[in-house]
Design a protein. Sequence first.
Lengths: 115, 112
Amino acid sequence: NAGVMQNPRHLVRRRGQEARLRCSPMKGHSHVYWYRQLPEEGLKFMVYLQKENIIDESGMPKERFSAEFPKEGPSILRIQQVVRGDSAAYFCASSPLVGVSNEQFFGPGTRLTVL
Amino acid sequence: QQPVQSPQAVILREGEDAVINCSSSKALYSVHWYRQKHGEAPVFLMILLKGGEQKGHEKISASFNEKKQQSSLYLTASQLSYSGTYFCGTAASGGSNYKLTFGKGTLLTVNP
């Protein structure tokens, strides 16, 4: 029973390029969350998606960042025109439903380095 | 607002006990505990819900004081594998129970 999958695990981009991060939730999970983690910091909520819907993007920067979770395929976090401050670990989590407990299971993360 | 974890770091010898605290200024609906090893995914440990019971399995347990908006994680007879950074994530009462706000973490090191 595979867990949450993320790829790539490491991504290096030059300033101004685009970064695409992918997340496949656990089997049977239809809810996806993206978090960002800076060194020595906790995880910070970015966005919550269900299939074909963005439910809450209150943690996303207003510009350059976007997320989607299409009907088929993985969820994508897209960062356009990356800057050095975007360097961080980006984690995806999934849950089977949003109910009483809402346990979230995390993937291994994508470590983005912007040169 | 970010919950405050204490201590920031703790060093134990194998077999010793530890308590990690998580405190919020907001009324909480739930507290989630995770352990993360360097360069790896956070691993879910347990969730405590408002009005729920103290949770635990084997040597790791946790409590949730709703009145004080505090949770504590108890590690007894620690093992080398317990080393890592422990994070609490909180969901505010009356808000979105999916939206977790994480503390900065507590680094636990267990030595032989």
